[in-house]
Design a protein around this ligand. Structure first.
Ligand code: NAD
Length: 440
């Protein structure tokens, strides 16, 4: 059986059979050779090492079988030169080990890009937990066990990875994580966290739109028509921001009638048209508008949808909007549509929680500085930097954003240097994967 293509349950069984509760893949910093802690991971090691798309000499991928929950937990660390690897933990169903591992590899690098472009002193990391089949994932006892397991796992990594909330994980889950590790952000406000980031995310995306329109010579948002896919938290606040800027019309669609009703009632009388659509109905993307803002789900910019887009600018909060990076950004460029990469526009979500251990201030100047047009690392100027670069090189904005992020990702943390790497080396020296130190 090829474990790479097998169901994650097969990896759990293989680890149990081999008497392995913890295992890791790490890249040797000198030879760049990828090493497996145990023979049971060899099929994963060989597949990851041969991969050209998602593996980029990641410093380490760590796996553990949850002590209480039995779930397969992971943390992927791409690069820690700018600081500890930071990124949320996703709780999701995977059909294959490949899908599970690839998500960690791809998303940890993506988080590093987002953190670097935002000027944050954090590296790139991501947590992934594979949902087990035939288990009620809403059961509070299971969730408590699972997320406390996850916190213990993160503690064992001694701070090379700092976790946070992500898809499938809730604020209550983060409180459980916080019960067993200090290496987390995005905890509830009552525990000293930063609360819901959606309003700031919306404000950041609107600033990115303004930067792009200005760069395109299309003036301000005033009078423009904006199409919104999804009317959830981000769009709710975005509508307020857009109305304050006297946009001409907002057209929005959501599959959830409650979300549509809430927006319609809150903004009654505004130049706003919102409707409920069926899942899979992406008609909103082809709306006659100057700006299209995807604020629902990922992978909506693809070979099927791009030919219908009428907007000249795509700028939204949804993560991973390009279905096939490298192809779909090229398709948009060929159609003369300017795409602001999602990880450039939606940084405020992570900005809001990234530094919450430094204390919390209402209208925090350290956070609001990201929205300041004169700040060289703020959303406005960083967006324009990327658009400038793309214009002068002729490549796509997505390629240029990654290039700039990779450059910035090489900068060393001004105080702690490449400490994440030192922590990983220490984990290897002290035989982390042997589980001897799993005392928590
Ligand atoms: P949300 O869940 O509150 O809202 C998303 C909305 O999209 C929901 O109302 C849902 O019904 C709707 N939706 C789902 N599929 C749809 C479809 N096919 N067509 C139309 N509507 C659809 O989420 P949110 O917090 O508003 O975040 C929106 C997006 O932005 C997500 O992709 C999220 O990962 C990303 N994001 C959010 C933040 C944040 O601060 N909230 C930060 C960074 C990125």
């Amino acid at each position: 059986m090829n474990l790479w293509q097998a169901h994650p349950e097969e990896l759990i069984s293989a680890m149990q059979k081999a008497g392995v509760r913890r295992a890791c893949l790490t890249t040797d910093p000198k030879t760049f050779e990828l090493k497996a802690s145990h023979p049971v991971l060899e099929p994963l090691r060989a597949s990851v090492a041969a991969d050209k798309r998602d593996y980029h000499r990641h410093e380490g991928c760590f796996f553990e079988l949850g002590r209480e929950s039995g779930h397969l937990l992971s943390a992927c660390v791409h690069l820690t030169r700018r600081g500890q690897a930071a990124g949320g933990v996703r709780f999701f169903t995977y059909d294959t080990v490949e899908g599970f591992v690839r998500d960690g590899l791809r998303l940890s690098r993506g988080m590093g890009h987002k953190n670097a472009l935002a000027g944050l002193w954090w590296g790139g990391g991501k947590g992934v937990i594979a949902r087990r089949p035939n288990v009620d994932h809403r059961d509070p006892a299971l969730r408590r066990a699972l997320y406390q397991d996850y916190g213990r796992f993160v503690s064992s990594l001694r701070g090379c990875y700092v976790t946070a909330e992500d898809a499938g994980t809730t604020a209550d889950d983060m409180a459980q994580v916080f019960a067993t590790t200090r290496y987390t952000s995005c905890i509830p406000k009552v525990l000293g966290g930063s609360g819901n980031p959606s309003e700031l995310t919306a404000r950041g995306v609107v600033v990115a739109m303004e930067a792009a329109l200005d760069e395109m010579g299309l003036g301000t948002l005033e009078g423009k028509r904006i199409a919104l896919q999804g009317l959830g938290h981000v769009s709710f606040f975005m509508i307020r921001e857009l109305l304050e800027r006297r946009v001409g019309r907002i057209i929005g669609a959501d599959i959830d009638e409650h979300a549509v009703r809430k927006v319609a009632q809150t903004y009654e009388g505004a130049p706003l048209e919102v409707k409920v659509v069926q899942r899979g109905d992406d008609g909103i993307l082809a709306t006659e508008a100057e700006v299209l803002s995807p604020n629902a789900v990922g992978a909506i910019l693809n070979a099927r949808t791009i030919p219908g887009i009428k907007a000249k600018l795509v700028c939204g909060g949804a993560n991973n909007q390009l279905e096939e990076p490298g192809e779909d950004d090229r398709r948009l460029q060929e159609r003369g549509i300017l795409y602001v990469p999602d990880f450039l526009a939606n940084r405020m979500g992570i900005v809001n929680c990234a530094n919450e251990q430094y204390g919390y201030i209402d209208n925090d100047p350290a956070i609001l500085a990201h929205l300041d047009r004169n700040n060289s690392t703020g959303v406005y100027r960083r967006t324009q930097d990327v658009l400038h670069r793309a214009k002068s090189t002729g490549t796509t904005t997505a390629v240029e954003a990654v290039r700039l992020a990779d450059e910035l990702g090489q900068e060393l943390h001004p105080i702690f240097g490449h400490r994440g790497r030192q922590i990983i080396d220490h984990l290897l020296e002290t035989d982390w994967a042997s589980d001897k130190g799993a005392g928590l």
